[in-house]
Design a protein around this ligand. Structure first.
Ligand code: PMP
Length: 381
């Protein structure tokens, strides 16, 4: 009999049946009145849920396109940009900005740590920066950045656009665009929204929209705010073909989020993360991110001494869950476990039980049931 495989990598995440069903619907014209109504409602919901009085863009693409879109619309060749990096995805902005001919300064932390906010503020006071980028949750480290605290500090630097990469956070970690002083927030559909990959969602403040308007044409065509703004205001218009079924799928995901309540969703993510991290520490793994800056959406777990990465993940897959390997210096030393989106208590128990079986089969010392006990205690609290 074929064993079910739980997809527990940090994106794509498990896609709920009702979301998958939207992908299977008969595709209609993008000008279809029912579809246009759905798209409009989705955009309004996205603005409301993430408290954005500016504009929301939903465009076919991935998280990387969100990175590119935010930089393309707020900076021009020769501008200074400050990149705050807590790992691999923070660093991705370096290459992206260098290619655009920007002057890049980088503040990096050790993997598992965050850059202190005072250090960022100090850097910003020394030079005029067109934009700053912060990765809310860096998927390579499982570190969550203090985006709210940084936003408060950013009020002293009104000429700088505050860009937050929410790819591994949005809809799993609290984010309020206006209240947190964020100018651009973006994410991809495949993470905490629990939709298949393929959509970029981007929220832009009035300030970010004005920055774009202050330029004439920008070199980029597909990702130009000015090209998409008329469509986001009136989705019956055409600029480039919208991903009809993905938009329906996202709408269903937003319906699920509203039904759960976004605050409840954030609380659930926090609770699930605490349960998983405690159980995995009991089983001998070390959570890479320092306590106090651990993400609610995924955990990056350093292996106990003597664990063979490839073999362990192969056994895990055989036992029924798929996780991701470590990146860069942590390749072979760590695995990454997503626990975001539309997952429930059943999934948590299955994951820990599967990890226990894989450890046992790998010949590692493990007391079967010990991790499950820890999860159970967290879940009944
Ligand atoms: N930023 C972060 C924090 C990410 O985790 C990822 C993807 N793992 C990206 C950006 C890039 O997104 P995508 O792979 O969808 O292009």
């Amino acid at each position: 009999m074929k064993m079910r495989k739980l997809l527990m990598i940090p994106g794509p995440t498990p896609v709920a049946r009702s979301i998958q069903d939207q992908m299977g619907r008969e595709t209609v014209a993008f000008g279809d009145s029912a579809f246009v109504k759905d798209f409009k409602e989705l955009l309004e919901d996205l603005k409301g849920l993430f408290k954005c009085s500016g504009e929301t863009f939903v465009v076919a693409g991935t998280g990387t396109m969100g990175m590119e879109m935010s930089i393309a619309n707020t900076t021009k060749r020769g501008d200074n940009v400050l990149i705050v990096s807590h790992g691999f995805f923070g660093d991705r902005f370096i290459d992206l900005c260098n290619r655009k001919g920007l002057n890049v300064d980088v503040l990096s932390s050790e993997w598992g740590e965050t850059v202190p906010v005072e250090k960022i503020s100090e850097k910003l006071s020394r030079k005029k920066y067109a934009a700053i980028t912060v990765t809310h949750v860096d998927t390579s480290t499982g570190v969550s950045a203090p985006v709210d605290e940084i936003g408060k500090m950013m009020r002293s630097f009104p000429e700088t656009i505050y860009i937050v990469d929410g790819v591994c956070a949005t809809a799993g970690e609290p984010e309020y665009v206006d209240d947190m002083g964020i100018d651009i927030l973006f994410t991809g559909s495949q993470k905490a929204f629990g939709v298949t990959p393929g959509l970029t969602m981007l929220w832009a403040s009035q300030k970010a929209l004005e920055r774009r308007k202050s330029f004439r044409d920008i070199p980029e065509y597909y990702i130009d705010f000015e090209k998409w703004l008329p469509i986001m205001k009136e989705p019956s218009k055409y600029y480039a073909t919208p991903a009809v079924n993905l938009i329906w799928a996202l709408k269903e995901s937003v319906r699920i989020i509203k039904e759960e309540g976004i605050e409840n969703r954030y609380a659930r993510h926090k609770k699930f993360a605490a349960a998983m991290q405690a159980a995995l520490e009991t089983l001998g793994f070390k959570v890479l991110a320092r306590e106090g800056c651990r993400a609610a959406t995924l955990s990056n777990l350093v292996y106990p001494e003597g664990t063979a990465d490839a073999k362990f993940r192969e056994l895990l897959a055989e036992e029924g869950i798929v996780v991701a390997g470590g990146l860069a210096a942590y390749a072979g030393r760590m695995f990454r476990l997503g626990h975001m989106g539309n997952i429930d208590k059943h999934d948590l128990i299955s994951v820990i039980a599967t990890i226990e079986r894989a450890l046992y089969r790998a010949g590692m010392p493990v007391e079967l049931g010990k991790g499950i006990g820890v999860v159970q205690k967290h879940l009944v609290e």
